[in-house]
Design a protein around this ligand. Structure first.
Ligand code: ADP
Length: 258
């Protein structure tokens, strides 16, 4: 618990710092992109236009990274609603088994009487994809990716510093990949920490998952064994309200994707 508390405090501090920087950067980038658009409209020279397009491309890439940082620092807008997590992981798993390639098997194990979770469904889907990409990267020679749902009647002891007393829904993403050595595991949530080649990883995947889980009133936990594999478990608060049907949802305000 001592370690968990320290980790939570550290992430809080890093989150506030990056959130502030990300916010300022966002404003700067918007000014840069806006001015480049003005230039692009005025110049005739093809070569200059190409330079401007390149600069715009870079600024847009920066804006995307900043968006990811904002998820981590919990400045991202979330729209929580009661979600049927079993149904969601079913859809995600189907998509993954089509896209991850034949060498990776995707398995789903669902808890029969799962409660709905109170969560932003679009963001949850993105976070599961983040975890699946990490799992794939950890299994270059193929393996098994298992997504498992469960109910938690109380807060596990090691998470009592982070979670309010209550009931939670858990989603575990498990792989049979490389696993992480202790020094990697200790830094896995840090923004920009990556062991991947430049261009392959941004180091923002797990920090986003962390920020998302915390902002949702939940938590995230990693267990990893070198050479055996990794389990990342997201805990989300149980919703006391029932899931709203798809038809009802469509009549409401449309949800804006991230
Ligand atoms: P990225 O994937 O861009 O590197 P992440 O924040 O998602 O950023 O992950 C940080 C690091 O944690 C990765 O570079 C990797 O070393 C380690 N990691 C994350 N997920 C796994 C996994 N499923 N198996 C092994 N290592 C992992």
């Amino acid at each position: 618990t001592e370690v968990a508390l320290r980790q939570a405090q550290k992430m809080e501090a890093v989150g506030q710092l990056t959130g502030g920087i990300a916010h300022d950067f966002n404003n700067l980038l918007m000014a840069i992109i806006g001015n480049l658009e003005l230039i692009a409209r005025r110049v005739e020279d093809e070569r200059i236009q190409r330079y401007v397009r390149n600069a715009m491309h870079g600024a847009q890439r920066g804006a995307k990274l900043v968006g990811q940082l904002l998820t981590f620092s919990r400045k991202q807008h979330l729209a929580p609603e009661p979600v049927d997590v079993n149904q969601l992981v079913g859809t995600v798993a189907e998509m993954l088994s089509r896209t991850l390639g034949a060498s990776i098997r995707v398995d789903v194990v669902t808890h029969k009487n799962l409660w709905p979770a109170l969560v932003d469904v679009t963001q949850l889907e993105l976070m599961l994809l983040n975890l699946a990409i990490n799992a794939r990267d950890a299994m270059p020679d193929g393996g098994l990716l298992t997504i498992k749902t469960n109910v938690l009647h109380g807060v596990p002891e090691d998470l009592q510093a982070e979670l309010r007393p209550g009931e939670y829904v858990s989603i575990a993403v498990k792989d049979t990949g490389t696993g992480m050595p202790p020094d990697v595991l200790a830094r896995a949530f840090d923004p920009f920490f990556t062991t991947k080649e430049p261009g392959k990883g941004t180091g923002l995947g797990l920090s986003q998952v962390y920020g998302f889980a915390r902002q949702s009133g939940g938590a995230v936990k990693i267990e990893s064994e070198l050479g055996r594999g990794t389990v990342v478990r997201i805990l989300l608060p149980r919703s006391t309200e029932a899931v709203v049907g798809h038809e009802d949802r469509q009549s409401g305000t449309p949800r804006v994707g991230a």
